[in-house]
Design a protein around this ligand. Structure first.
Ligand code: GLU
Length: 282
């Protein structure tokens, strides 16, 4: 079996808070238990939101927690060529189409005649396929690029992955019908932001040799998309370990903007890494 490699992949768009600490500590604890390695990756792909000062703060907070990692740290802002190559490969396979729909176009199409629940997938509303079938040669400069899920599943066959986290542990297998209905034609590239998170994460995990990705349970549904992309791109399969989300005392999920829960704040109040471990239940 390949040596265990996991990663912590924060976005430098705000201070690290207790939820991030839980994620990072879980990753480092698992790596230690498995005799493997935990890597750091800076997910600064969204240039409009990422800030260098938050990146510096991430290094600082993680070192304060007692964690270290092999250098150099992977930064998504330096990985454009690898993402483009992956996108080109999917395009050559005929699995990508341009989409010019706005959110309100999508809403309008979904709320049209049928009644009942509006289908939601890992990225929110499931795209109703308005632009599906458009060719890439017809792509406008503002178009997003979407994965044609039905076509992709015909190439990939069943999507399989293993989950080791406490909430959803098990082996999963999803067929075309499930993926079309519950995931849909996800966006893989967006004007202004560039390649979408789903594609970047898969390309990066492969490049970093990740065998098990530790992250929050809010991304559990996205694992099906990631497992599919790994298969389409002939990348090694990873396992996932989605951990519970840390909530505040009112049961609300901690958001990045909850600066009161920022690690730097606890540190300023004189708390130590052991206090943080206790607070997140480790
Ligand atoms: N960058 C994501 C975040 O900060 C994590 C993505 C992942 O671990 O796959 O929430």
């Amino acid at each position: 079996m390949a040596d265990y490699v996991t990663r912590f992949a924060p976005s430098p768009t705000g201070p690290l808070h207790l939820g991030h600490a839980f994620s990072a500590l879980t990753a480092w604890d698992r790596a230690q238990a498995m005799g493997g390695t935990a890597l750091l990756r800076i997910e600064d792909i969204d240039r409009s939101r990422a800030r260098p000062e938050w990146e510096v703060q991430i290094y600082d907070d993680l070192r304060w927690l007692g964690l270290d990692w092999p250098e150099p740290v992977m930064r998504q802002s330096e990985r454009g060529a690898a993402y483009q190559a992956a996108l080109d490969r999917l395009a050559d396979m005929g699995l990508i189409y341009p989409c010019r729909c706005t959110r309100s176009d999508i809403r309008a199409a979904l709320s049209a005649p049928q009644e009942g629940v509006i289908p939601m997938g890992p990225d929110g509303l499931i795209y109703p396929g308005i632009c599906r079938g458009r060719g890439l040669d017809d792509a406008g400069p503002d178009d997003a690029l979407r994965l044609d899920m039905a076509a992709a599943m015909r190439v990939a066959g069943t999507v399989r992955f293993a989950e080791t986290g406490p909430l959803h542990a098990g082996h999963y297998a999803f067929d075309e019908g499930f993926m079309v209905e519950h995931v849909g034609d996800v966006v893989l590239s967006r004007r202004g932001v560039g390649v979408a998170y789903h594609l970047a994460v898969v390309v990066d995990d492969a490049q970093q040799g990740v065998t098990e990705a530790v992250r929050g349970a809010d991304l559990f549904e996205a694992a099906a998309v990631h497992a599919l992309l790994q298969r389409l791109l002939d990348l090694p399969r990873t396992d996932w370990h989605h951990h519970a989300l840390i909530r505040d005392t009112a049961g609300k999920r901690l958001a990045k903007r909850d600066d009161a829960r920022a690690l730097a704040q606890f540190r300023a109040e004189g708390l130590g890494p052991q206090d943080i471990r206790r607070m997140v239940g480790l």
